[in-house]
Write a protein that binds this ligand. Structure first.
Ligand code: ZN
Length: 284
């Protein structure tokens, strides 16, 4: 199942068509995605039996964020050996967790203002929680996952490393958490623990990795984090980035206005993020 967001309404993706969930279910589910995550198991049962027909054609720019206002957003630093190496850091002994504040999230075809000249890219597989996960053992973890997306953990490196590490602030500028293009349930991919992911900038491949190289895989992350606190329906986990970010280059390279980032996870989809100069002093 593929589940998207168009104008705040949940839609099932059937090929190039989108089918409104609230209409399909006579108002039982939706209209928005947040309400669906809170009834995730009932919704999956309904969707597996529903006869999904019709719908309307859509394009990438019609789609919004697949979990628009989660209660919690987790992101994992240094979760690929290759990225730890290029960062000159030892891989951590427990997951290096920070948050991207929910108001920084964006959809799969977004425009992001660059607040500084040291903004970097990080392609990541994104996990959305379906069933509440509270002290879940690793071998049960995937049953709590609603689905997968591709995301960018955009990072303003100067703020990130200021004042004794400001990861959450430096990665939460407006629009710094785009993901999508829609939620893809784990059964839709061959092996959710081994998916290719990468990104290009203006067509040049800068990152190309596999989720099988995660130091802490999805099961381990959910087990370790849910031992600390419950993971709630709709919560979002940015699982970490492989090597190839700009800061790790000699000389470092950062995003500039006009850059277009295309990011993918195999079997999940692609998103596009367009960088522009910061123009406004007062955001609308
Ligand atoms: Zn990251």
């Amino acid at each position: 199942m593929k589940l998207g967001n168009i104008d705040g309404r949940a839609v099932l993706i059937e090929g190039s068509n989108a089918v409104d969930v609230a209409a399909l279910s006579d108002g039982r589910f939706g209209p928005g995605l947040d309400a669906i995550y809170d009834q995730w198991e009932e919704f999956v049962t309904f969707a597996s039996h529903a006869e999904v027909t019709g719908g309307v054609p859509f394009v990438l720019s019609d789609l919004g964020c697949p979990s628009p206002m989660p209660r919690q957003v987790f992101a994992i630093g240094l979760n690929y050996q290759s990225h730890a190496d290029e960062s000159g850091m030892q891989p951590p002994s427990i997951p290096a967790v920070f948050t991207k504040f929910p108001a920084s999230l964006a959809g799969p075809d977004s425009v992001v203002e660059l607040p500084a000249d040291t903004v970097d890219w990080e392609v990541e597989m994104v996990v959305v929680i379906g069933r509440r996960a509270d002290r879940v053992p690793a071998d049960q973890a995937w049953s709590h996952v609603a689905g997968l997306c591709v995301g960018q953990d955009l990072s303003e490196r100067t703020v990130q490393f200021a004042a004794g590490m400001q990861f959450s602030l430096g990665k939460s500028y407006r629009g710094f958490g785009p993901f999508g293009p829609y939620l893809v349930t784990p059964d839709e991919v061959d092996d959710p623990d081994d998916l290719g992911l990468g990104c290009t900038i203006n067509g040049e491949t800068v990152q190309d990795g596999r989720t099988s190289d995660l130091i802490f895989d999805v099961s381990s992350l959910i087990a370790q984090m849910s031992d600390v606190l419950p993971l709630l329906p709709g919560d979002v986990i940015f699982t970490g980035t492989p090597s190839g970010v700009g800061q790790g280059r000699t000389p470092p390279r950062f995003l500039v206005p006009g850059d277009v980032i295309e990011s993918w996870v195999d079997g999940v989809g692609r998103i596009r993020t367009t960088c522009v100069a910061r123009t406004s002093t007062e955001a609308s």
